[in-house]
Ligand binder design. Structure first.
Ligand code: GLU
Length: 446
């Protein structure tokens, strides 16, 4: 089996040289899916896995814009139409200087299986730019978004490809992107999700990823008769996902003691709640990408250039970015008695970290399962747009609860080992794969 997986990976690496994040994401899936395919030869004959790792289409384009000083700036824009077997391409846009083809292909590939897990009809896509929002003025952000959409509009549409936010793209950016799309097409449609509530957005979309991650962990904890109540939690990041996770975990009676940024992390022994959560939002809105001011504001400790995983906690929710929790961090968490790790970001744990969690047989959920709440509510936003109707927060939250429970149960169905321990990575990958693979088989050689 290992030989088969290695051979498959050699092919992927040769066809996609240098794309290390993409290789990492594919390998995690291949390790689970190749043995599964072995037992289900119909997928092997149709070369479903080989097809799955090849995007249906990749668009790369120039994004020229002018900064406040009048200087010309050139960035690169991307959109990956990865897989449309079960619905139109769907996935976020990331604006971050690290963005390149490898990162977007890893994200787009993950998105195929994640969207399939949501139970909603959405294919997989991803896009973005190497544009750095840090320190940019509101006008610069608007001009960049307008230029970006002046090319992207040709490749997307409410029945073709529906982008949303990701790192560096929030409500403000979606507004500018939507405005430009509407102007170019002269159409008010649900072409983007994460819109403002007055112009087609869904209630609960901002909270959805972080809340969904906590709901997923709640489901995992319940299998052990545990809950968030009275637990100490480490959260990383301080953006949209972290904000939702901190809010919900606190509401459920946990004490969240950390948030982090590229500058380091803060440790708040009294817990991040109330006005401190509001402050977190303000900090994010400054566009400076630092958490250190929190320490000053509330008189707590700031750990420069460090990651929160060295603290003793019961639950860890990595909500920042890919590969932010490595083997060493994982070992520290285990030594300190962590019982549950729920990925809120996409692929935040390195393969070494995942191996350590698996060896220790703790509760560990991969992002494609536990952060699917965000795209799930995007799917609900699409439904509401199609109906030209909107649901109340309670209705959306109820649906989100159900979806996260369904995803959890699908992972348990496909991921339970002989000794009863649940391998959520295996479960999520197989459950996500089966639906897409069957749709691909039904649609012939496309
Ligand atoms: N960027 C989010 C994700 O990684 C949300 C995508 C969406 O809502 O389309 O799933």
């Amino acid at each position: 089996m290992t030989e088969k997986i290695n051979k498959f990976m050699e092919g992927v690496i040769a066809r996609n040289p240098g794309e290390k994040e993409f290789h990492q994401a594919v390998k995690e899936v291949a390790e689970v899916i190749i043995p599964f395919i072995e037992e289900n030869p119909k997928y092997e004959e149709a070369k479903i896995l080989e097809r799955l790792v090849e995007p249906e289409r990749v668009v790369m384009f120039r994004v020229p814009w002018q900064d406040d000083k009048g200087e010309f700036q050139i960035n690169r824009g991307y959109r990956i139409n990865f897989n449309s077997a079960i619905g139109p391409y769907k996935g976020g846009l990331r604006f971050h200087p690290s963005v390149n083809l490898s990162i977007l292909k890893f994200l787009g590939f993950e998105q195929i299986l994640k969207n399939s897990l949501t139970t909603l009809p959405m294919g997989g896509g991803k896009g973005g730019s190497d544009f750095n929002p840090k320190g940019k003025s509101d006008n610069e952000i608007m001009r960049f978004c307008q230029s970006f959409m002046s090319e992207l509009f040709r490749h997307i549409g409410p029945d073709t490809d529906i982008p949303a936010g990701d790192i560096g793209v929030g409500g403000r950016e979606i507004g500018y992107l939507f405005g430009q799309y509407k102007r170019l097409r002269n159409e008010f449609t649900g072409v983007l999700t994460g819109k403002g509530r007055e112009w087609g957005g869904s209630l609960m979309r901002p909270q959805a990823t972080g809340f969904g991650n906590v709901y997923f962990s709640q489901n995992m904890l319940a299998t052990k008769g545990e809950s968030f109540k009275g637990k100490t939690v480490a959260v990383s990041g301080f953006g949209n996902v972290a904000w939702g996770a901190v809010t919900k975990a606190t509401e459920l009676g946990a004490k969240v003691v950390t948030i982090s940024g590229p500058d380091g992390y803060i440790y708040d022994p009294n817990g991040i709640s109330g006005e401190k959560i509001e402050y977190m939002l303000e900090l994010r809105a400054t566009n400076n990408d630092v958490v250190a001011p929190y320490a000053e504001e509330f008189g707590v400790k700031f750990f420069s250039s460090k990651r929160p995983w060295e603290q003793k906690v019961d639950i860890a929710l990595p909500c920042a970015t890919q590969n932010e929790l490595n083997g060493e961090d994982a070992q520290k968490l285990i030594d300190n008695g962590v019982i549950c790790v729920g990925e809120g970001a996409n692929m935040p744990c390195t393969p070494e970290a995942v191996e350590i969690f698996h060896k220790a047989k703790i509760l560990f959920s991969p992002g494609k399962a536990s952060n699917a709440g965000g795209v799930a509510v995007s799917g609900l936003e699409m439904s509401q747009n199609s109906m030209r109707y909107s649901w109340s927060s309670e209705e959306v939250d109820k649906k989100l609860h159900l979806i996260m429970k369904d995803i959890h149960d699908a992972c348990v169905k496909y991921g339970t080992d002989n000794d009863g321990w649940v391998d959520y990575v295996k479960g999520a990958n197989i459950a996500g794969f089966v639906k897409v693979a069957d749709a691909m088989l039904a649609q012939g050689l496309v």
